[in-house]
Design a protein around this ligand. Structure first.
Ligand SMILES: [Ca+2]
Length: 318
């Protein structure tokens, strides 16, 4: 099986949708960030996190090491341009904040990992094109935060079971919604980490995730860690691999011209048909001119020396 950006913890993702977008809409939209300001934020994120992998190439390979401090973007005076208020900085930081539940959903989970930094299209995904959403939000598109529309539908139809319910300010830890969230989680979520039946059937699994995806790679990694704990590292190595594609979302969109693809299907085919287990693979740009190693999680490609466009100049490190 070839599995990309799995939303196994759908409940957690929906709650992350509402939490992340809710930060921009709070207090009448005080923290809302325009597309123009988002460009400034993204530039600062890349300025801090791009060099962490050893080369400033417009690509964040060390996504787990990326935890930018945006305080330098804080406005120093009223009516200043090209800077953010504290409310806006808080709302941007809130996107990366994990969802923390005071109770357990399916398979003992207690929340969801936050979103990654470095998504070049984050503003539309999380903030939308105006400071307050429509009520209700359209399912797809419109002027609202894309993820708010997704979370709003989840809340109104699955949790509140009231099409008129308002999702702004939704708190998953509120006593009134806990039981229903747990019930829906038991129906929707696919978070069982016991993949030993797949191993027993001699199945093979290649799992991959975009390092800047709105399907957060940290949540895919969290699932992977639970699989390792449950099944055992040695056994997992016999039938499964997990790769992260840095800086891209789950559709392959990322920094222009940088690597975003690998022939994973051929790797899977070779593993199943000839027993050749995949190791480090090649991640390349659409043109094929820029290559990087596609590293097995938790390693990531660090620049060593030589041609910055050649995979051979990089090493998978942790
Ligand atoms: Ca870099």
């Amino acid at each position: 099986m070839l599995v990309g950006d799995p939303v196994s913890n759908l409940t957690g993702l929906k709650l992350a949708h509402l939490q992340s977008s809710g930060g921009f809409y709070k207090d009448g939209g005080a923290g809302w960030v325009s597309p123009e300001l988002a460009v400034i934020v993204t530039k600062e994120v890349y300025a801090q996190c791009d060099p962490l992998d050893g080369v400033e190439d417009g690509w964040i390979a060390n996504f787990e090491g990326c935890s930018p401090d945006l305080s330098s973007l804080l406005c120093e005076a009223d009516n200043q341009e090209n800077c953010l208020t504290q409310a806006q900085i808080d709302a941007v930081n809130n996107v990366a904040r994990p969802v923390e539940l005071e109770y357990e959903i399916a398979n003992g989970l207690t929340g969801h990992s936050g979103y990654p930094w470095g998504n070049v299209a984050w503003q539309g995904s999380f903030a939308g094109s105006r400071p307050q959403p429509s009520t209700p939000a359209p399912n797809v598109g419109g002027n609202d935060s894309y993820v708010y529309g997704l979370g709003d539908g989840y809340h109104r139809f699955m949790i509140a079971q009231d099409a008129e319910a308002v999702s702004l300010g939704f708190d998953p830890n509120d006593e009134s919604v806990r039981d229903r969230i747990v019930e829906v989680s038991s129906i929707l979520d696919a978070t069982n980490p016991d993949l030993s039946p797949l191993h027993a059937r001699n199945g093979k699994l290649i799992l991959y995730a975009g390092g800047a995806s709105e399907v957060p790679p940290a949540e895919v990694a969290a699932y992977w860690k639970r699989v390792l704990e449950t099944v055992g590292e040695d056994k997992v190595a016999e039938f499964s691999r997990f790769y992260i594609f840095p800086s891209i979302n789950h559709g392959g969109v990322g920094p222009e011209g940088m690597p975003n693809q690998s022939d994973l299907f051929s790797a899977l085919e070779a593993w199943v048909e000839t027993g050749e287990a995949p190791g480090e693979l090649i991640n390349q740009s659409k043109s094929g001119e820029i290559t990087r190693p596609l590293c097995q999680y938790p390693t990531w490609p660090q620049y060593q020396s030589g041609d910055v466009n050649a995979a051979s100049s990089f090493k998978c490190v942790n």
